[in-house]
Every structure is written in structure tokens, then in C-alpha cells.
Design a protein around this ligand. Structure first.
Ligand SMILES: C[S@@+](CC[C@H](N)C(=O)[O-])C[C@H]1O[C@@H](n2cnc3c(N)ncnc32)[C@H](O)[C@@H]1O
Length: 971
């Protein structure tokens, strides 16, 4: 081993989490997302930090290492100041500093701050700098751009960096070249065989390293290729692309205008079309237009009103602008409610949509679809289909730019017929040439609903004739361009049009209630009864999507290709991967939506690539096949790295089990875990809105060299030592700096420590890990390996004494009592995920704990307060007599909680004291514990956010006082 990389010794989680979160929150402003949709892209700053952490050697001065690490990433004070793009201004400064610090320069009147006139610029800057320095890191970021948006450290910072690392760099590229030269003797090659949207190869290439990126899915590979060659291609490429986009746009516009399919002949042009599905009402036999709501615009009070028309055996649809309150209210209740058709003639009559479709169960319990499945040449429903489709409103834009919503006229229908005719004339040729999709939809977990809910069987069925005609027009222009860059850029445009203009688009979203969603507003293919379709003008942003300019032109050696990760044949010094592990994203199914538009263009653009999704080879699930597949892939990667090489495996932290499994897989693949860190990608403010706090776990791995065997009896003490060492070192950081780690970080670190010890051995006793991983086990049977990992967690959980509880008291407590108290800590830290409580219970080895939860909703978990427990679970026979509740009922803590409740209920702490003394024969021997627990509950709970604890905490405080004064002499 030539060096110990920084990331094996430390990784600054708090700042990195804040930076990752900032990047994620930039939405469309993120560097790579503009090119097109991919699910689960990793933040670039995380990749940059990981690369640096892997290449930068740790010294014997960890504090200095950390400072230098921050400097390189411009996450130090100087770097942040350079990244500052927004001024705090007088009011920001007044908030951050004390009045005496800005006295005479800023005046605050009636809550408003302003500069005293005549203030010198330098003085302003000095105050600004001081105020900025005082802000917490996360707040500083609100004034800053991202690290990637500036050129890197300042000249002064480079001097310090070079002095510490023994380098002579003046740019990030030079630094990474020098560091990799020192580490591997050449420019490091970074590989990612699950490259997805391309974060890893892009960031590696931008830092001047050699990059290899592959993914099973060609859509992902195209995105990665585009990231490097378009975003990293520099101004010239981007200007050429822009010109081509403009030329194509004008061509399409000309043709649409010539056909007259968007113009009404009176100077107005349509920019939005609203369509809905119709179905026959079983009671009246009338065709009922379907929509969950008939409000078209809340803001402009536009609604659709159904008017019965027996002649058409259905309803006319009027559009009312400036609707009355009554009309608005009536429109809110649509004709589809709770997945059932509501008969407009008698809203008490409802018919489940599934029964209208005719879905039924087959002999083996399978669902038999009731809808007719569409044939390839179907572009609209056939007259005898259960579901028809209908245009019900057109939004026109006048020459003055005013938007008007109108009912559908005969002329509109004529234009619709013309669109269909134009498409039909071209349909076969365009499918043949790949201007529009022709691909069949493969049925899968996500796509089967398209068959079931609409009868759609081919990808072009997800678009109406107008959308197909317009998108096809765009696509027909691609071949005019020779350059791969331009053609790929235009192809991304086609992908964007598809995502933003399909039948899977909801109209009426956004603040104004008049915007359109995208097809992939989540990781699913949702069908809607009514949807919005765009006229050309509204496609502008999709077509002229943002290719962000970055500071550097990428000139590194890169290899990007579609490839099954099992077959990697290239060597890399660093493999950084983010496998499709335990995430519910069906990449291969979702990406087919885009591939259907790309498939005939890709082979021409990239003759060496394949252009299908190879769904059968996709790694997914969590079963035996999946494990085997993962072991094979990572064994292969281990073979394709040098003995000095390193790997970093990233995945989203869900629960401990998931990643313990992954640890075993990597172990079986011949790798040794050397460190693991979790970077948060949501902040606590996200939690308040009810989001999950999600972290990305980064596991650092090396190749396991040689054969080492361990015996269980020597393994446990080693694991124990390693876990304690790890937790102590984290605690030191927490105590010295501002707290960096949360409860789950500690738990994770314990797993990592256990894995570090375990994965250093190739066999334990006589068990072979590979064999053990795949050995058929009985349900709930734990393997020896899992037992060791569980033991590590139990060491960690027990080792973490909540602040305010003495180690002595802690030692005297039962597991269930410790669990309750640690649960309060979780709550205090804002952790409300059910899973976190479950993990904690697992750590303490407590199977029955749910009875202690006051709220067991997934995102609102917390334990009951004394007042919420009242008399529950106070004696072993109450509320069931199982072991879990019995051990709680018998515990000192339970009686303390009841005593608090009594004290609060009667407003007399003496009552609580009497209760305790009567019920606890060991009152005198456990008096210290009682005081300690009461004081903890009084102080620890008195946080303003925990209002439900207020009364009980006060009572606990008073009771604690009584017990403290109740010494033997006072009896
Ligand atoms: C979590 S994503 C990676 C995201 C990526 N790190 C990024 O930042 O965009 C996992 C990827 O694994 C790919 N994948 C699934 N099975 C594969 C296989 N057998 N070989 C290669 N890639 C595969 C999926 O297509 C998906 O893009």
C-alpha cells in the first residue's frame, strides 16, 4: 500500500451533506440534469469529494488534512468568500452581528436596516466579511454558488495546498494529475460500470483524470456521453448546437404554419390542447367525459361544464371563463372520483373504472385485462373501444399575447382530422426511419399498467396524433447534420419533447394552476383521464434545453459505451459505482420510453453501441439471483483493478439490513471494507415537510490480499474494539467541532467497523463467505456473519449513552428502558422515521417495541409521553401478557413515567413520590438512578419543539427535586 487515502481516515460529512443538498436543490440549475431525465443521479460535489478523498494521502496531522481538503474544494472560509455571489447587505449584517459591531455604519429603524450614508466601500466589505464569517455553514451556502461554478482555490490557497501535499499545482487538473501520479505512477483511470446519468465519469474527466463509464442502458450512456462531450465540449460546440436547434425549430414552425394545424385563420394560435377520456355510463348509456375535476384555471376562473346532448349520446362541453362561485364549486367535483365513474345525471350512481374496463381474475388468480389491446397501427381508439379520447378545450393566444380558453368548434375538429390524416400519410415511413417510435412495450412491473389502464401496447400509443406529428417533424430534421455532437444534442431535444409532451402529462399544476407536469414527475408511468398537450410555442423550453457552460473544456481520455457490468474488461485504478441496489427504480422499463425515440438513431451515431435495453440483464431486486449477479460483477471489478486500487460503492441508505447485505456481497466478491460514511442529501428542514431524510452511504473498499482465517472467539473482541475505537473517534470530532453526526451515522459507523474487521478475513471458522451468502436458510435463520454484524450494532447502540444519563445508571437499565430513552434522543434530533426506531430496537435486541409508539405512521414515529401512556402497560397482566410489554411493565422507568403522570395529573409531585415509594421496594437502592432519569426527562425533554412533553417534563423536574430532598434522614 503506497498511501492511506484521506477518505479511509475521515470524510467531512456535515459540509458535504450541506453542499450535496444545495446542488440537489438547484433543480434545473444542476449541471447535468438539463440534458435529460435519469433517476438517482449522484451530486457532482459528492463525486468530486470522493475522488479527492481517494487520491489525497492522509498525513499524521488529521486536522490539517481536513483544512487542506476544504481548501481544495473551496469549502473553507476563503473559498466560500470567493464563491459568494449574493450580498448580505445591511439587513443581513444587522442580523448576524451585534449592534455595537456595526454601530454608526448601519441604522436599524422599525425593523429595517440601512447603511448610514457616506459609508466607504472597504468598510462595508469588512463588515460584510465579518458577518458572513459568523453564519453557520448551511446559511453561508445560501449566499454562494457551488464549488464547480468557480475556478478553484485562490493563489494563496494553492500555496498552502502545495506545501502540505508536496505538489506544485495551480489548478484542480494539475493537482489531480500529480496526486494520481504519486498514488499510481500514472494519471489515474476512474471507472464506473453503472454510470447512469454520468456523474462519476463526467466529474473524473473534468478533473483531468481518465474516465471510463458504462451502463447497461444506452439511454444512460448517451446522457453520459453528452455530459462529457456537450457540456464539457466548450463554447464552440454549444454555439453550433444552438444554431442547429434554431434551424430545426424554424423548419418545424414553417411546416406547422403551412399545414395550418395550430392557427385559426384569425390571427390566433393555439398553445394548449386539453383532452379527456370518455366512457359509457352503464345506467344512461351516455358517453361521459372523464376528469377528476373540471376546473381548467383556478386563477382565471375557467371551468368546463357538461351539457347533456342526446343526439350525440353524450355531453357537449362548454368552457366558461369568469365562472361564478357556484360554477367553480360544481366544477371541482369531476366525473371520476375514487377510481369510479360518477354519473352526471345522478352523482349517487358510481361505477368502478376497473369494472368498466372489464378486468377480471383468471383461473390462477392473475388479472385478465378487460380492455382491447391496441394494435401497432392504432393511433386513436376504435369506435367500439371502452375508452374514447376527446379534445375538450383549446387555449388560444391572440396576436396581443392574451390567452383565451375556448370550447372545441367544428373547425378545431377539422384540424384534428387533418393532423390525423397527415400523420397517417407518413406513419409507416416515419416509423421505419425512426422519426416516431415503433417499439413494443415490454410488460413489466411499471409498464403493465399501460396495458391494463389504456390497452396501450406500443410506445407511440403514449402520444396523440398531434404530438406524434410534431415530434416526428423535429426528428425528421436530424439527419441533415453530420456532426455526432449536434445530432446527439438534437436527439436529447427529442427526448425532452417526449418527456414534456405526452398523454401522461397533467395539466393544471404549478403555482398558477395553468402549467403542465412532465411525464416523469415521479419514477412511474402514470396515466390520466384528462391531460394537456402543447402547441409548438410551449415546446420552446424543451427544445432549447439548457446546455450549461462549465469552466473547463474536457480534454481527458474517456471511454463511454453501453455494457453489461458483468463483462467489464477494462482496468481502472479507482472504481466508483452506485449499483441499482434495493432502489425501486425500474430503470430498464422507464428508459424504454426514451429508447423508443432513440433506437434507430443511436446505431447511426454510435455504430459500436447496441440500442436495446437488455432488460433481462438488468440488476434488480434483492433475491438470490440479484446477490449472485452482484457478487459476479464486483468479483470481476476486483479482478480489473491493481492491488493498490480502491473502490467506492455508493448507495442510498434505507435500513441497516440493506447495507449489511451489500457488505456481505462485497466481501464475497473478494473486497475488504476499509471505511464507510453517510452523506445526507436532505436536511432537517426537509424532514419538517414530511420528507424522508435520506443519506448516501459511501463504502471504501480494497482488494483483499492473501488468505486469512479467523475464529469466532477471537473475532468478537476485535469487532468490539474496532466499534468502540470508531465511535470514540467520532465522538471526539462531535465534541470538538460542532456536532457532525446523527444517530444513524453512529449506527452505520458501527456496521462499518464490524465489516472492516470481518471483511479482512477470507474465511471464518470453516465457513466460506460465498458459500454462506448463498446457503439456503430457513426463514428468520441468521447466518453466523449476520450474528456478528448484529453484535456490532448491539455494541454500538449500548455504547451510546444519551447525554445527561450517567454511565452508571445506563448500566443498571434493561434493554427496553435503554430503547425508550434512546428513542427520545431520536425524537429530539428530529428523526421521525419508523425505520429508525425499528433499527434502534434491533440494536437493543428488543423485538416488541411498537406498543411504545404514540404515532406509528411511517414519517411521524415517536414514543409515548407519560401522559399518553397513562396506566397502560403498568402491570404485567395488563394489555396482553407478552414478554415485550411484561419487561417494560416491570421496569423502573415505566414506574417513573407513571409517577410523572400522577404528579402532573394531580398537580402534586408528592403523589408521584408516594407512588414510587409504594411500588418500588428498591426505591432507596435505586434512588440515584431515579433522580438521574427524572432529571434527564425534565431537562432533556424541555425543548420547545416537543410541546407534548411540556407538562410531563415540568412534573418530572418537580418530582426530581422531591426525590433529591428525600434522603434517609428525612424519613
Ligand atoms: C443508481 S443508478 C446509477 C446512477 C449514477 N451513479 C448517476 O449518478 O447518474 C444504477 C444504474 O445501473 C444500471 N444497471 C442496471 N443493471 C445493470 C447491468 N447489468 N450492467 C450495467 N448497468 C446496469 C441502471 O441502468 C442504472 O443506470
Amino acid at each position: 500500500m503506497r498511501y492511506t487515502p484521506f477518505i479511509e481516515t475521515q470524510f467531512p460529512l456535515a459540509r458535504l451533506s450541506a453542499e450535496s443538498y444545495k446542488e440537489r436543490k438547484a433543480n434545473v440549475g444542476q449541471t447535468l440534469t438539463g440534458l435529460g431525465k435519469w433517476w438517482g443521479r449522484k451530486p457532482l460535489i459528492l463525486v468530486r469529494a470522493a475522488l479527492l478523498g481517494l487520491l489525497m494521502p492522509a498525513s499524521d496531522k488529521p486536522e490539517r488534512d481536513r483544512e487542506i481538503f476544504y481548501k481544495i474544494l473551496t469549502m473553507d472560509e476563503d473559498g466560500l468568500w470567493r464563491r459568494k455571489t449574493k450580498a448580505l447587505g445591511a439587513s443581513g449584517i444587522a442580523q448576524s452581528l451585534k449592534p455595537k459591531e456595526y454601530a454608526g455604519r448601519i441604522e436599524v429603524k422599525a425593523g429595517k436596516a440601512a447603511w448610514v450614508s457616506g459609508e466607504m466601500t472597504e468598510q462595508k466589505e469588512a463588515l460584510e466579511k465579518l458577518a458572513f464569517a459568523r453564519l453557520p455553514y448551511e446559511e453561508k451556502l445560501t449566499y454562494c454558488c457551488r464549488p464547480e461554478e468557480i475556478e478553484g482555490p485562490s493563489a494563496k490557497a494553492w500555496d498552502e495546498i502545495n506545501a502540505h501535499l508536496g505538489t506544485q499545482a495551480h489548478s484542480l487538473q494539475e493537482l489531480f494529475a500529480e496526486l494520481s501520479e504519486k498514488a499510481f505512477g500514472h494519471r489515474a483511470r476512474v471507472g464506473d460500470c453503472f454510470c447512469g446519468g454520468g456523474s462519476v465519469p463526467f466529474e473524473a474527466a473534468r478533473l483531468g483524470l481518465e474516465a471510463y463509464g458504462s451502463d447497461l442502458n444506452p439511454v444512460a450512456v448517451l446522457l453520459t456521453w453528452g455530459a462529457i462531450n456537450l457540456i464539457g465540449g466548450g463554447k464552440d460546440v454549444q454555439e453550433e448546437v444552438r444554431k442547429a436547434q434554431e434551424a430545426v425549430w424554424h423548419k418545424v414552425d414553417e411546416q406547422i404554419t403551412a399545414w395550418g394545424i395550430e392557427h385559426d385563420g384569425q390571427g390566433n394560435r393555439a398553445d394548449a390542447y386539453l383532452y379527456c377520456v370518455e366512457a359509457r355510463c352503464p345506467a344512461t348509456g351516455l358517453w361521459v367525459p372523464l376528469a377528476p375535476s373540471w376546473v381548467i384555471s383556478e386563477k382565471y376562473r375557467v371551468v368546463a361544464v357538461l351539457r347533456r346532448n342526446d343526439e350525440r349520446q353524450g355531453y357537449d362541453i362548454d368552457i366558461v371563463t369568469g365562472a361564478s362561485d357556484a360554477q367553480m364549486k360544481a366544477a371541482q367535483k369531476g366525473t371520476v372520483q375514487k377510481s369510479a365513474l360518477v354519473d352526471p345525471e345522478d352523482p349517487s350512481r358510481t361505477y368502478p373504472i376497473a369494472s368498466l374496463r372489464g378486468d377480471r381474475r383468471g383461473p390462477n388468480g392473475e388479472t385478465i385485462y378487460g380492455l382491447r389491446l391496441w394494435e401497432k397501427e392504432d393511433l386513436v381508439p376504435r369506435p367500439d373501444d371502452v375508452f374514447q379520447e376527446r379534445l375538450y378545450c383549446v387555449r388560444w393566444v391572440t396576436p396581443e399575447g392574451e390567452r383565451i380558453y375556448k370550447a372545441v368548434t367544428e373547425a378545431d375538429l377539422e384540424r384534428e382530422r387533418k393532423v390525423l390524416e397527415l400523420l397517417q400519410e407518413r406513419f409507416a415511413e416515419w416509423q421505419e426511419k425512426g422519426y416516431i417510435p415503433s417499439k413494443k412495450i415490454s410488460e413489466g412491473a411499471e409498464t403493465s399498467r399501460l396495458f391494463r389502464e389504456r390497452g396501450w401496447t406500443h410506445w407511440h400509443h403514449l402520444f396523440n396524433p398531434r404530438q406524434l406529428l410534431v415530434h416526428g417533424l423535429f426528428c425528421s430534421q436530424l439527419e441533415k447534420y453530420e456532426s455526432t455532437s449536434i445530432r446527439s444534442a438534437l436527439l436529447f431535444g427529442i427526448g425532452k419533447l417526449a418527456n414534456w409532451n405526452s398523454k401522461l402529462i397533467q395539466y393544471g399544476v404549478g403555482g398558477s394552476g395553468t402549467s403542465f407536469s412532465q411525464t416523469f414527475s415521479n419514477q412511474a408511468l402514470n396515466t390520466f383521464f384528462n391531460y394537456g398537450s402543447k402547441g409548438l410555442k410551449l415546446l420552446y423550453e424543451s427544445w432549447f434545453y439548457n446546455i450549461l457552460e462549465i469552466n473547463e473544456i474536457i480534454k481527458s481520455n474517456t471511454t463511454i459505451l453501453p455494457q453489461d457490468a458483468h463483462n467489464i474488461a477494462i482496468y481502472a485504478d479507482l472504481w466508483i459505482t452506485d449499483p441499482p441496489y434495493a432502489d425501486a427504480v425500474n430503470y430498464h422499463e422507464l428508459a424504454d420510453f426514451f429508447l423508443a425515440w432513440y433506437e434507430k438513431h443511436l446505431p447511426k451515431l454510435f455504430p459500436d453501441w447496441y440500442a436495446d435495453s437488455r432488460a433481462a440483464l438488468a440488476v434488480r431486486g434483492a433475491d438470490e439471483d440479484f446477490k449472485k449477479s452482484m457478487v459476479d460483477i464486483y468479483s470481476n471489478l476486483a479482478r480489473h483493478m491493481s492491488d493498490d486500487g480502491l473502490q467506492l460503492v455508493m448507495f442510498t441508505h434505507q435500513d441497516a439490513g440493506v447495507w449489511a447485505d451489500l457488505g456481505m456481497i462485497l466481501w464475497a466478491a473478494g473486497l475488504q471494507v476499509t471505511a464507510a460514511w453517510t452523506i445526507g442529501t436532505e436536511t432537517s428542514s426537509g424532514l419538517k415537510e414530511g420528507n424522508y431524510v435520506q443519506g448516501t452511504v459511501c463504502m471504501v473498499l480494497r482488494k483483499r490480499l492473501g488468505e486469512r482465517r479467523a475464529w469466532l472467539d477471537e473475532l468478537y473482541p476485535q469487532v468490539e474494539d474496532e466499534v468502540k475505537r470508531q465511535l470514540d473517534s467520532m465522538k471526539t470530532i462531535d465534541d470538538n467541532l460542532q456536532p457532525q453526526f446523527g444517530d444513524t451515522d453512529y449506527q452505520l459507523a458501527a456496521y462499518a467497523a464490524a465489516l472492516r474487521v470481518l471483511t479482512g478475513f477470507s474465511s471464518i471458522e470453516d465457513m466460506d463467505i460465498r458459500h454462506e451468502l448463498f446457503r439456503a436458510r430457513k426463514k428468520n435463520e441468521e447466518s453466523e456473519f449476520e450474528k456478528i454484524i448484529d453484535r456490532a450494532v448491539s455494541i454500538a447502540t449500548n455504547y451510546r449513552v444519551p447525554q445527561g444519563i450517567s454511565p452508571y445508571t445506563w448500566r443498571n437499565l434493561e434493554a427496553i428502558e435503554r430503547l425508550y430513552l434512546s428513542g427520545l434522543e431520536l425524537e429530539r434530533h428530529g428523526e421521525a422515521r419508523q425505520g429508525a426506531y425499528q433499527e434502534l430496537a434491533r440494536g437493543f435486541g428488543v423485538a416488541e417495541y411498537k406498543f411504545m409508539l404514540a404515532d406509528s405512521e411511517a414519517n411521524h414515529a415517536r414514543f409515548r409521553t407519560p401522559n399518553e401512556f397513562k396506566r397502560m402497560y403498568l402491570s404485567a397482566t395488563q394489555n396482553g401478557n407478552d414478554r415485550g410489554t411484561a419487561s417494560f411493565a416491570a421496569s423502573l422507568l415505566r414506574q417513573i413515567l407513571f409517577a410523572i403522570h400522577e404528579a402532573a395529573r394531580t398537580e402534586n409531585p408528592k403523589e408521584g413520590l408516594n407512588y414510587l415509594k409504594a411500588e418500588r421496594p428498591d426505591y432507596w437502592t435505586r434512588r440515584e438512578d431515579i433522580i438521574n432519569l427524572l432529571e434527564y426527562l425534565a431537562a432533556g425533554r424541555s425543548l420547545s419543539s416537543l410541546v407534548h412533553w411540556k407538562h410531563d417534563a415540568e412534573a418530572a423536574g418537580l418530582l426530581a427535586g422531591l426525590v433529591r430532598n428525600d434522603y434517609v434522614g428525612s424519613r
